[in-house]
Design a protein around this ligand. Sequence first.
Ligand SMILES: Cc1cc2nc3c(=O)[nH]c(=O)nc-3n(C[C@H](O)[C@H](O)[C@H](O)COP(=O)(O)O)c2cc1C
Length: 205
Amino acid sequence: MEIKKAIELRTSVRNFLPDMIPVEDLKEMVRLAACAPSVNNYQPWRFVAVTNKKVMDQMAEVIIGKISAIPSNESQVAQNVKSQVEWYATFFRNAPAVIAVSMDIYETILEKGVDLSHDDINRMRCYPDIQSAGAAIQNLLLAAVDMGYGACWMSAPMIAADEIVDILKIDKPYGLIAFVTVGKPAQPSKAREKKPVEEIFLLID
Ligand SMILES: Cc1cc2nc3c(=O)[nH]c(=O)nc-3n(C[C@H](O)[C@H](O)[C@H](O)COP(=O)(O)O)c2cc1C
Protein backbone atom coordinates (compact mmCIF):
# COMPACT_ATOMS: atom_id res chain seq x y z
CA MET A 1 0.00 0.00 0.00
CA GLU A 2 1.15 3.47 -0.73
CA ILE A 3 2.36 5.15 2.46
CA LYS A 4 0.04 8.14 2.00
CA LYS A 5 -2.92 5.79 1.71
CA ALA A 6 -1.98 3.94 4.92
CA ILE A 7 -1.66 7.27 6.75
CA GLU A 8 -5.05 8.43 5.53
CA LEU A 9 -6.80 5.11 6.16
CA ARG A 10 -5.48 4.66 9.69
CA THR A 11 -8.05 5.12 12.39
CA SER A 12 -8.36 3.75 15.89
CA VAL A 13 -10.08 0.36 15.75
CA ARG A 14 -11.62 -0.98 18.96
CA ASN A 15 -13.87 -3.82 17.76
CA PHE A 16 -12.30 -6.87 16.22
CA LEU A 17 -13.12 -10.17 14.55
CA PRO A 18 -11.97 -13.14 16.61
CA ASP A 19 -9.48 -14.26 13.88
CA MET A 20 -6.08 -15.01 15.35
CA ILE A 21 -3.09 -13.08 14.00
CA PRO A 22 -0.21 -15.22 12.73
CA VAL A 23 2.88 -14.64 14.87
CA GLU A 24 4.81 -13.79 11.70
CA ASP A 25 2.46 -10.85 11.13
CA LEU A 26 2.94 -9.60 14.69
CA LYS A 27 6.69 -9.89 14.25
CA GLU A 28 6.58 -8.03 10.97
CA MET A 29 4.59 -5.17 12.56
CA VAL A 30 7.21 -4.94 15.31
CA ARG A 31 10.05 -5.06 12.78
CA LEU A 32 8.51 -2.12 10.95
CA ALA A 33 7.83 -0.29 14.23
CA ALA A 34 11.51 -0.57 15.04
CA CYS A 35 12.49 1.13 11.76
CA ALA A 36 11.45 4.38 13.45
CA PRO A 37 13.94 7.10 14.25
CA SER A 38 15.10 7.32 17.86
CA VAL A 39 17.28 9.70 19.80
CA ASN A 40 20.90 8.89 18.92
CA ASN A 41 19.54 5.67 17.35
CA TYR A 42 19.16 4.39 20.89
CA GLN A 43 16.13 2.26 19.99
CA PRO A 44 14.80 2.25 23.54
CA TRP A 45 11.86 -0.06 22.82
CA ARG A 46 10.82 -3.62 23.46
CA PHE A 47 7.52 -5.20 22.40
CA VAL A 48 5.65 -8.03 24.10
CA ALA A 49 2.78 -9.42 22.04
CA VAL A 50 0.06 -11.03 24.13
CA THR A 51 -2.45 -13.37 22.50
CA ASN A 52 -3.20 -15.41 25.63
CA LYS A 53 -6.76 -14.62 26.76
CA LYS A 54 -6.06 -15.48 30.41
CA VAL A 55 -3.17 -13.01 30.50
CA MET A 56 -5.33 -10.36 28.80
CA ASP A 57 -8.09 -10.91 31.36
CA GLN A 58 -5.59 -10.75 34.20
CA MET A 59 -4.31 -7.38 32.93
CA ALA A 60 -7.86 -6.08 32.40
CA GLU A 61 -8.80 -7.03 35.96
CA VAL A 62 -5.89 -5.12 37.53
CA ILE A 63 -6.75 -2.10 35.38
CA ILE A 64 -10.40 -2.26 36.51
CA GLY A 65 -9.23 -2.49 40.11
CA LYS A 66 -7.07 0.61 39.69
CA ILE A 67 -9.84 2.60 38.03
CA SER A 68 -12.39 1.69 40.68
CA ALA A 69 -9.89 2.74 43.38
CA ILE A 70 -9.70 6.30 41.98
CA PRO A 71 -11.37 8.48 44.61
CA SER A 72 -14.70 9.77 43.37
CA ASN A 73 -18.10 10.74 44.70
CA GLU A 74 -21.06 8.41 44.58
CA SER A 75 -22.85 10.34 41.83
CA GLN A 76 -24.23 8.69 38.73
CA VAL A 77 -21.96 10.95 36.65
CA ALA A 78 -18.87 9.62 38.42
CA GLN A 79 -20.07 6.03 37.94
CA ASN A 80 -20.74 6.64 34.23
CA VAL A 81 -17.34 8.25 33.70
CA LYS A 82 -15.59 5.38 35.44
CA SER A 83 -17.36 2.71 33.44
CA GLN A 84 -16.61 4.57 30.22
CA VAL A 85 -12.93 4.88 31.12
CA GLU A 86 -12.93 1.24 32.14
CA TRP A 87 -14.09 0.17 28.70
CA TYR A 88 -11.59 2.38 26.87
CA ALA A 89 -8.82 0.98 29.08
CA THR A 90 -9.72 -2.71 28.78
CA PHE A 91 -11.27 -3.41 25.37
CA PHE A 92 -7.97 -5.04 24.37
CA ARG A 93 -9.26 -8.18 26.13
CA ASN A 94 -11.67 -8.68 23.21
CA ALA A 95 -8.92 -8.41 20.60
CA PRO A 96 -6.81 -11.24 19.20
CA ALA A 97 -3.60 -9.49 20.24
CA VAL A 98 -2.30 -6.63 22.30
CA ILE A 99 1.28 -5.47 22.00
CA ALA A 100 2.81 -4.00 25.15
CA VAL A 101 5.43 -1.36 24.36
CA SER A 102 8.16 -0.83 26.93
CA MET A 103 11.05 1.57 26.94
CA ASP A 104 14.52 1.79 28.41
CA ILE A 105 15.84 5.00 29.96
CA TYR A 106 17.93 7.10 27.58
CA GLU A 107 21.01 8.65 29.14
CA THR A 108 22.63 11.43 27.13
CA ILE A 109 26.38 11.96 27.18
CA LEU A 110 25.59 15.29 28.85
CA GLU A 111 24.61 13.39 31.99
CA LYS A 112 28.17 12.24 32.44
CA GLY A 113 29.69 15.70 32.40
CA VAL A 114 27.28 18.22 33.91
CA ASP A 115 25.55 18.82 37.17
CA LEU A 116 22.04 18.15 35.96
CA SER A 117 19.86 15.15 36.76
CA HIS A 118 18.63 12.70 34.17
CA ASP A 119 15.11 14.07 34.64
CA ASP A 120 16.29 17.69 34.19
CA ILE A 121 18.01 16.86 30.90
CA ASN A 122 15.14 14.74 29.68
CA ARG A 123 12.74 17.60 30.40
CA MET A 124 15.06 20.12 28.71
CA ARG A 125 15.11 17.93 25.60
CA CYS A 126 11.36 17.44 25.77
CA TYR A 127 11.42 13.73 26.52
CA PRO A 128 13.33 12.35 23.52
CA ASP A 129 12.87 8.82 24.86
CA ILE A 130 9.08 9.09 24.80
CA GLN A 131 9.21 10.89 21.42
CA SER A 132 11.22 7.98 20.01
CA ALA A 133 8.80 5.40 21.34
CA GLY A 134 5.89 7.41 19.90
CA ALA A 135 7.50 7.26 16.46
CA ALA A 136 7.78 3.48 16.75
CA ILE A 137 4.17 3.15 17.87
CA GLN A 138 2.96 5.21 14.91
CA ASN A 139 5.02 2.97 12.59
CA LEU A 140 3.35 -0.03 14.20
CA LEU A 141 -0.12 1.42 13.59
CA LEU A 142 0.69 2.14 9.95
CA ALA A 143 2.23 -1.31 9.44
CA ALA A 144 -0.98 -2.84 10.83
CA VAL A 145 -3.08 -0.87 8.31
CA ASP A 146 -0.77 -1.87 5.48
CA MET A 147 -1.14 -5.53 6.47
CA GLY A 148 -4.94 -5.38 6.55
CA TYR A 149 -5.35 -5.04 10.33
CA GLY A 150 -6.81 -2.38 12.55
CA ALA A 151 -5.11 -1.13 15.69
CA CYS A 152 -5.50 1.25 18.59
CA TRP A 153 -2.81 3.03 20.59
CA MET A 154 -3.69 2.84 24.29
CA SER A 155 -2.26 4.69 27.26
CA ALA A 156 -5.21 4.25 29.64
CA PRO A 157 -4.08 0.74 30.72
CA MET A 158 -0.88 2.34 32.05
CA ILE A 159 -2.80 3.17 35.21
CA ALA A 160 -1.81 -0.37 36.19
CA ALA A 161 1.68 -0.32 34.64
CA ASP A 162 3.34 -1.47 37.87
CA GLU A 163 1.17 -4.56 38.05
CA ILE A 164 1.28 -5.28 34.31
CA VAL A 165 5.10 -5.32 34.19
CA ASP A 166 4.96 -8.14 36.74
CA ILE A 167 2.34 -10.05 34.74
CA LEU A 168 4.35 -9.67 31.51
CA LYS A 169 7.71 -10.15 33.24
CA ILE A 170 9.09 -6.87 31.92
CA ASP A 171 12.24 -6.24 33.93
CA LYS A 172 13.91 -2.96 34.79
CA PRO A 173 15.33 -0.78 33.26
CA TYR A 174 12.40 -1.26 30.88
CA GLY A 175 9.16 0.48 31.84
CA LEU A 176 5.77 0.00 30.23
CA ILE A 177 4.55 3.00 28.23
CA ALA A 178 1.67 1.90 25.98
CA PHE A 179 -0.42 -0.89 24.54
CA VAL A 180 -1.25 -1.31 20.88
CA THR A 181 -4.30 -3.49 20.32
CA VAL A 182 -4.41 -5.26 16.97
CA GLY A 183 -6.84 -7.38 14.97
CA LYS A 184 -9.03 -7.58 11.92
CA PRO A 185 -11.64 -4.80 12.21
CA ALA A 186 -15.14 -6.08 13.03
CA GLN A 187 -16.60 -3.55 10.64
CA PRO A 188 -15.23 -1.17 8.03
CA SER A 189 -14.14 2.01 9.73
CA LYS A 190 -13.82 5.50 8.36
CA ALA A 191 -10.90 7.72 9.35
CA ARG A 192 -11.92 10.45 11.76
CA GLU A 193 -12.07 14.01 10.61
CA LYS A 194 -8.89 16.01 11.20
CA LYS A 195 -8.21 19.72 11.36
CA PRO A 196 -7.62 21.26 7.93
CA VAL A 197 -3.99 21.93 7.14
CA GLU A 198 -4.75 25.66 6.82
CA GLU A 199 -5.59 25.70 10.51
CA ILE A 200 -2.44 23.94 11.72
CA PHE A 201 0.28 25.02 9.31
CA LEU A 202 2.27 28.22 9.45
CA LEU A 203 5.12 29.14 7.13
CA ILE A 204 7.76 31.59 8.20
CA ASP A 205 9.31 32.50 4.89
C1 LIG B 1 -0.94 8.64 23.23
C2 LIG B 1 -2.30 8.08 22.89
C3 LIG B 1 -2.99 7.39 23.86
C4 LIG B 1 -4.25 6.83 23.56
N1 LIG B 1 -4.88 6.07 24.51
C5 LIG B 1 -6.07 5.50 24.23
C6 LIG B 1 -6.70 4.64 25.17
O1 LIG B 1 -6.19 4.40 26.24
N2 LIG B 1 -7.87 4.08 24.83
C7 LIG B 1 -8.47 4.31 23.62
O2 LIG B 1 -9.55 3.76 23.37
N3 LIG B 1 -7.88 5.11 22.67
C8 LIG B 1 -6.70 5.70 22.95
N4 LIG B 1 -6.05 6.47 22.01
C9 LIG B 1 -6.68 6.65 20.68
C10 LIG B 1 -7.26 8.06 20.52
O3 LIG B 1 -8.45 8.14 21.25
C11 LIG B 1 -7.50 8.31 19.04
O4 LIG B 1 -6.27 8.31 18.36
C12 LIG B 1 -8.19 9.65 18.79
O5 LIG B 1 -9.50 9.64 19.28
C13 LIG B 1 -8.22 10.00 17.30
O6 LIG B 1 -8.88 9.01 16.57
P1 LIG B 1 -8.15 8.23 15.37
O7 LIG B 1 -6.99 7.46 15.97
O8 LIG B 1 -9.19 7.30 14.83
O9 LIG B 1 -7.66 9.24 14.38
C14 LIG B 1 -4.81 7.02 22.28
C15 LIG B 1 -4.08 7.72 21.30
C16 LIG B 1 -2.84 8.24 21.60
C17 LIG B 1 -2.06 8.94 20.52
